[in-house]
Ligand binder design. Sequence first.
Ligand code: URA
Length: 192
Amino acid sequence: PRPQAVPDVSGLGWEALEQQIRDCRACALCERRTQAVPGVGDREADWLIVGEGPGAEEDQRGEPFVGQAGKLLDAMLAAIGLRRGQNVYIANAVKCRPPGNRTPEADEMATCQPYLERQIELIRPRIIVALGRPAAQTLLDGEVKIAAARGRLFDRHGIPVVVTYHPAYLLRNPQDKAKAWEDLCFARASIV
Ligand code: URA
């Protein structure tokens, strides 16, 4: 069995951090990935958007949210006047694709968490949006139900965190899109 050593990324700058993510072999997800997907966007953004993990297209292209869910995410961001790469950074709870796009396991998320932590430290966003349950659980350190967590302001080391539906869920449940839009407006209003 692979020792799930938690990566030490304390003090790393962006280039070293991304290199360490690309080279990471700390959990079994490394074995079937094409490449790790560190994140993309404005490194000084006010907004940090956190998804679950790379899917097939992200794994191929090395960029988060470039598939169908990504198109919807772009539309959601546009609806509140944001564009990928401008004042927004997009990352995932786990940086490597879980086989068959399964949900990441708790231990995989825990192993990968220092990378997201360091990204948060470097970006120092003014608001973090967790897309879906795995992202919310990683950011809030525990069990979270999206329907119950929506509309509440959480705190992660002094940074407000808002929880909403994952765009892949919204593709299957378009009746909830209006709620996600409300959540993004709530997030925007929560920036101090
Ligand atoms: N879904 C995610 O959670 N992240 C991606 O990068 C793509 C799809």
